[in-house]
Design a protein around this ligand. Sequence first.
Ligand SMILES: C[S@@+](CC[C@H](N)C(=O)[O-])C[C@H]1O[C@@H](n2cnc3c(N)ncnc32)[C@H](O)[C@@H]1O
Length: 341
Amino acid sequence: MKNPTNTERNVFGLINFYSPKIYWLMCLDSCRINAYENAIRQYEHEPEKAVWLDIGTGAHMPLARLLIKYGVAKHVHAVEANCQTYQFAKHLREQVSEEEKRKISLHGCYSSDIYWCEQDPRPNAIIHEIVGSISSDEGCIKVMHDTIERLHGNISFCIPYQIGTLCIPVSQPRISLISSLCSFLLGKSMRIIKHIGIQGMVNPPKNAFLCDTPQLIEDFILKDYTAKPLEKCRIYTTKFIVTSSAARWSGFYLAPYILTSKDNKNGSVEIDALRCLTSWPVRYVQMYDHENGIHVRQGDEICVKFESDLTNECPTYRLEAWVNNSYLVRSSFAWRGPAIN
Ligand SMILES: C[S@@+](CC[C@H](N)C(=O)[O-])C[C@H]1O[C@@H](n2cnc3c(N)ncnc32)[C@H](O)[C@@H]1O
């Protein structure tokens, strides 16, 4: 990722990055779609149908259409900020059923350009998938915060219910032939970065894990967290105990963990992008230059401090880590989201 803390980055860098291929891959991601579909179905028996706001509806409007399919929406306001994507969705809307045409209003702009309170009917539920590989890095915290504020807090339902970011320390990963091929097809790098930095990896090798269990370094119950004033400096600290035998620690994998609903019976509304292959690339954050990794042994502690400023649609992050008591030889890497390489 070049110039990782460039303050001129803005959210339209990401919005314009979305291409027809990406929407197609996201719709083929059965883990993602099933989790959203199962959450939507949980509202089938609600006596009062909600008016939903689908933020970032995408080219195929999958979430808006599922809301209509399962009869859980009185109306859906679907908003999309990418101009080409909006045109595609507009064209699609002309071809769908009469019920979908009647119940879906499509808006071609950034979500905060509309004063949702003045819309008729007025939304009282939110659905979106503006969740990044680092769950907050597509600006969803700020977008949700602004939307809820503009609706004067009158939100009954929110899908997803909870988003988080899983973290696990790793040794320098070696990409298999299959992963290289997948990365090539998805336009991601086929090589591991040589210097401190961050990169997206498709199906990264799990044998690089230095511990048994990942931990959440971000964890938000979205409706509650975004209804409060946003934190300028959010700090999370934790420790990992190394379980693998002698290895060289080089960085971390980061991946999203999403519960589309509170009721996660049989794991039906869960997306764990570290465990399953999804359309989200796992982020590899390399904390040391190539071959300068730190030797660790079973029982060693890898201490982590994760700082973020989520008050902007392009959040800023800093990951700092050290082994055992060696705080003075800590390594630190800062970047501005979203990482799109
Ligand atoms: C990850 S895609 C999800 C698309 C679709 N909802 C789906 O689930 O397949 C996110 C979409 O949200 C759009 N987007 C992101 N933030 C937005 C905002 N604040 N207002 C409107 N569109 C937004 C992007 O352009 C992109 O099309």
